[in-house]
Ligand binder design. Structure first.
Ligand code: PLP
Length: 351
């Protein structure tokens, strides 16, 4: 019966990071260091938890389809922008592709990068064209423009997952100046970078900036994403999306999380401290990072080997092998709590 499944789903699919409890129960590791998914290790803000508890009391009712509570909180926080929301930023990406891409149209993706853009584009019948970054993983803007000129959507992740480096606002502007379709800028990690891309929204009508509550805001389990969009796009995005995608509990939690600036600031400080310590302490080359993770070149080992060995010692990190266009000797490691980061350094250096 598998022949009935669409060809784009018969192989491949999203590759998930290793879970705690899988093969990670080796030599005396009573605690597992979870450094594979770029989550904030701290529990959600108490304000977010309280808001979620309150919201669940009225979960017999359908949520507000316009997600006013969250959109109002975003506007109070960022200013007078147009927002859309989704089930994680992954949900935003999926709906954006559905809104804009007809079968056969091109989606150009600066690569290696997060895999879900390509999967979501393929599901719409798009022609996916990866545009390779340079050897140092900086964006080749000329190449991206060349391919991007014929694309409906150009995708650029900054800071980039898994390489960690950011692209300057000037380079982003260079791409925006040349393309005719939409630029989707994935800013899942922008809070850790100190770069502000929002001024570009005032100048360009074809810029969409995706964000998430899964990383700095400690709400990965509630699946909350959003995007800054040009005003013309918002009603069509609403039309293309599944009705009521954002549940009322997640919306309430996210709105409250925005008000707890200290919660986010604590983790941002932790990240700034540990990015430097990773670079200084590891025996392997650490790539410069503007995100809450670092990519480490573990050659002559492969990423897969190192992930297995560290998991047996109670440390979960991500192999970068599944990122198309990247060599097989990299791992990606999130900044976690002090003890997790220390254990990782000790175990990697002991390989
Ligand atoms: C984590 C991540 C996302 C989205 O995460 P959600 O949990 O779906 O909000 C999007 N893009 C990149 C690059 C990510 O790393």
């Amino acid at each position: 019966m598998e022949r009935l499944v669409r060809s784009c789903y018969r192989q491949g699919g999203y590759v998930f990071a290793k879970k705690a409890g899988g093969s990670a129960h080796g030599a005396g590791s009573d605690r597992i260091a979870r450094l594979a998914s770029n989550e904030n290790p701290e529990a959600p803000s108490p304000a977010a938890v309280a808001a979620a508890q309150q919201a669940v009391l009225t979960a017999n009712r359908y949520p507000d389809e316009r997600v006013d509570v969250l959109v109002a909180a975003l506007r109070a926080y960022y200013g007078d922008y147009t927002f859309v929301t989704g089930v994680g930023m992954d949900g935003v990406i999926e709906t954006l592709m559905r809104t804009l891409v007809d079968p056969g149209e091109t989606v150009a993706i600066s690569a290696p990068t997060f895999s879900f853009y390509g999967l979501a584009a393929q599901a719409q019948g798009a022609k996916v064209v990866p545009v390779p970054r340079r050897a140092d993983f900086s964006v080749d803007t000329d190449a991206l423009v060349r391919v991007g000129k014929a694309a409906k959507i150009v995708v650029l992740c900054t800071p980039n997952n898994p390489t960690g480096n950011a692209t300057s606002a000037d380079d982003v502007q260079r791409v925006l100046d040349e393309i005719k379709g939409v630029l989707f800028l994935d800013n899942a990690y922008v809070e850790f970078s100190g770069i502000d891309y929002l001024p570009l929204l005032r100048k360009y009508e074809n810029l969409v900036i995706g964000r998430t509550f899964s990383k700095v805001h400690s709400l990965a389990g509630l699946r909350i994403g959003y995007a800054f969009v040009p005003a013309w796009l918002q009603p069509f995005y609403m039309r293309a999306g599944t009705p009521f995608t954002m549940n009322s509990v997640s919306a309430a939690a996210a709105a409250a999380a925005l008000s707890d600036k200290e919660h986010a600031a604590r983790y941002i400080t932790q990240v700034q401290v540990w990015r430097k310590r990773f670079s200084a302490a590891l025996k392997f080359p650490v790539l410069p990072s503007d995100a809450n993770f670092v990519m480490v070149d573990v050659a002559p080992h492969t990423g897969d080997e190192v992930v297995e060995k560290l998991a047996a010692r109670g440390v979960l990190v991500r192999s970068c092998r599944s990122f198309t266009g990247l060599a097989d000797h990299y791992i990606r490691v999130s900044v976690g709590e002090d003890w997790e980061n220390e254990l990782f350094i000790r175990e990697l250096n002991a390989l």
